[in-house]
Design a protein around this ligand. Sequence first.
Ligand code: ATP
Ligand code: MG
Length: 430
Amino acid sequence: MPLQDTVAAALPSWATLMAALILMASVLAYVVRLNLRLRHSKRVLEGEIAERRRAEERLADNEQRLRQIIASEPECVKLQTLDGILLEMNPAGLRLVEAGQPEEIVGTSVYRVIAPEFRAAYQALSEKVFQGESGILEFQIISLKGRRRWMETHAVPLTDARGQVVALLGITRDITARKRAEDEVRLHYRELAHAARVNTMGEMASGLAHELNQPLAAIANYSRGCLRRLRAGKDSADELARAFEQVCSQADRAGDIIRSLRRFVRKDEAPPRPVDLADVLREALLIAEPEASQHQVRIATEVVAGMAPVPGDAIQIEQVILNLARNAVEAMDEVDAGRRLLRIRVFPDANGVATVEVGDSGPGLPGDMLNPIFEPFFTTKANGMGMGLAICRSIVEAHGGTLGVRPNETGPGLVFRFNLPGMEETFDHE
Ligand SMILES: Nc1ncnc2c1ncn2[C@@H]1O[C@H](COP(=O)(O)OP(=O)(O)OP(=O)(O)O)[C@@H](O)[C@H]1O
Ligand SMILES: [Mg+2]
């Protein structure tokens, strides 16, 4: 084969050359596009990085501002874990617990400074907060220097982005001054209540003689009776024993009266007990009935069933009923025997407050006498002390109630009425 033909055969054809050129051009275009896309991505990435940096700066600014606010906050601000480890505490908090440096308290247990008797309550509050609830607690701390102070904490859950409680955020303030003021007010009330009682004590002292008159007279009577029987030598031992039982029960009663009077004036009085007025009336009648029958007085009682017990002192309430009943019996001496009726009613008034009425069919009193009869030592009786009604009013008022009198609406005579409010109304200030 001639040389030219051999060279011609070895050279690529025009078509192959064109195809190669086209391939190179498209590769070049791809590289250019890739380059452009990369440059774009780089710009986006740089933008994102700058945005992120700005966000981080804003976050750091916010945190710094928040820290400054918390640091300058006059109340104690703290963060703690469920088991009481303190994560953060601001300077006001450090001052409250008397820590010189944060390390003295941060990272240790908050229970170190909570007074032992309040630890359980504080633990309960922490558990509540970690269950997602907020709470308030008043408690005492013993500072790192050993000083006791009253605190009030408002605790709220601090949650992360997923809503998980990560810490207890507590804002605590020192309420020692407020607590001291409250104590003073309470003490003042107690002093006042005591002073009021001691005032009536002067009257009560004379009243003691009044209240003990009846059981002492009964003891003297029964004892004299026993002596007579013994001297006559006629009665059996059984009959004598019965008379002596009366002596004993009257002596017990005199003791009860003295004890109840002591409770009345004692400063640290025992809490009132629930008193069933139906029972009290039954007891009072055991004493009032023999006296009434001696004076030929009939007794009618009316008790609304199922009344709630009232807080108070049963013996004192019984004395009120007895004094009113005794006055009524004595007043009815002035009217015909057949018309002597003593009415005692126990019922709830329109507001549901337990009420007792003692009415008689005696001569009554003129209107201008209805107030003075409650004054101590006011009496129209030759042998009266004028203490019965004053004692009744003191006792009723000490039970938070009122005692008053009005003319009988359905006939001659007077109706005395007193009420005994329930627990809340009576002992709000105690
Ligand atoms: N039911 C009544 N009817 C009429 N007057 C009454 C009645 N109850 C009380 N009084 C009048 O009120 C006065 C004062 O009563 P109070 O019980 O305080 O004293 P007192 O009965 O006179 O003496 P005491 O101290 O011995 O009870 C009586 O003297 C009497 O004048
Ligand atoms: Mg009297």
